[in-house]
Design a protein around this ligand. Sequence first.
Ligand code: SF4
Length: 457
Amino acid sequence: MTLTEKILARAAGKARVQAGDNVWVKADVLMTHDVCGPGTIGVFKREFGASAKVWDRNRVVIIPDHYIFTSDSKSNRNVDILREFVKEQGITYFYDVIDDPSGKWVFDAQKGMLKRQYGSRYAGVCHTALPQKGHTRPGEILFGTDSHTCMAGAFNQFATGIGNTDAGFVMGTGKLLLKVPETMHFRLEGALQPGVMAKDIVLHCIGEIGFDGATYRSLQFDGPGATALSIDDRMTIANMAIEAGGKNAMFEFDAQTKAFVDYRCKLNGTRADYEPVERDHDEKFVYETTVDLSKLEPTVACHPDPGQRKLARELGGIKVDRAYIGSCTGGKTSDFVEFARVLKGKRVVIDTFGVPATPEIVHDLQSVLWGDKSIWNILQDAGVQMTENAGCAACLGGPVDTFGRMNAPLKCISATNRNFPGRMGHKESQVFLASPATVAASALTGKITDPREHLPA
Ligand code: SF4
């Protein structure tokens, strides 16, 4: 069996499963957020009754993160609906925007977009927050009401996005009927060259198979090139499995995974027992390829979908109006570090927005000094508009007052993960997906630019 099949077999209580089998599996964690949470709660109450209780109050994790820093009253209200449900159900893990459990969330536009407006428990973008808060465990099953839930595949976990109806069912029963996906195998070999990042790996792979090339399939990444990647890099790659239509992504468990997960579970006091899965000799793959990482170059997915692969050096003529770094896939500390390495001591020439994925990342960037300046200050000095209000922000457009949203038919180079028409706002705007290094280099020139021309000596 493949790694995915092994996890699904165990969760189904079976010795073996194979691609195409339909199996009932037990969920280990169900995650929802402010956009899909209220709908999921509605389905749960409709189907299980107004006084029904969730199947396990310690396994439902609620993370508001999407439409938070906006004056849109309906979006603010969604956070309040989550808070009321958490109180009613006694749910343990709720990363509220405010500290007052009886309060109401109201964004204060007078304070502006850049200064922090959240309380002490707010966790930021759900997929980045889940591992930071100790909710991703190898060998487990994570369902989330968000397509990029597949990011937790970085931790040797079966993690996939589900709709509100399925999530309402999981909320009530802790189970879900799943078809076992076929597995595509990406063996990674070699090492990345300077200026080339994990984002380039996944954009390369999606370019190979197209934006629907992995529809309802598992994407397994392994080999020495995968082992050498950091946890952040694995998260970047796993996150974008869905951009090829993938059901989930999967990495092997190793010492790095163990160190990360054990530390995070201990830090947050979350459940620390887990059982990873290891590779078998009889894995059956529907597709196999080997990627030599040393041959990859800075890569861009052009408008209008993540499969429109080009090399950054081939796109030098394309002018962009703005640059954006942020999101679950591109707003991690390591992403901002590479971004800052390119920008340090220079000035951007186009509007450039920086949105850390979580408050912890804001703290990292403000506390790590390069010389006498924090990374945060280095980016501000370069002209980047950095917000402390960690969250999804303009990654998916959002209400019109969302920080960084494209409210006109502009072109943006972005470290985010999705670029279908209208994704970041205006329906005629265009998004070019790239690594943080490529976004930084492009911000310096106003054109899509290969970052290798701008690396520090
Ligand atoms: S940052 Fe973007 S991709 Fe990630 S969860 Fe938020 S909206 Fe979705």
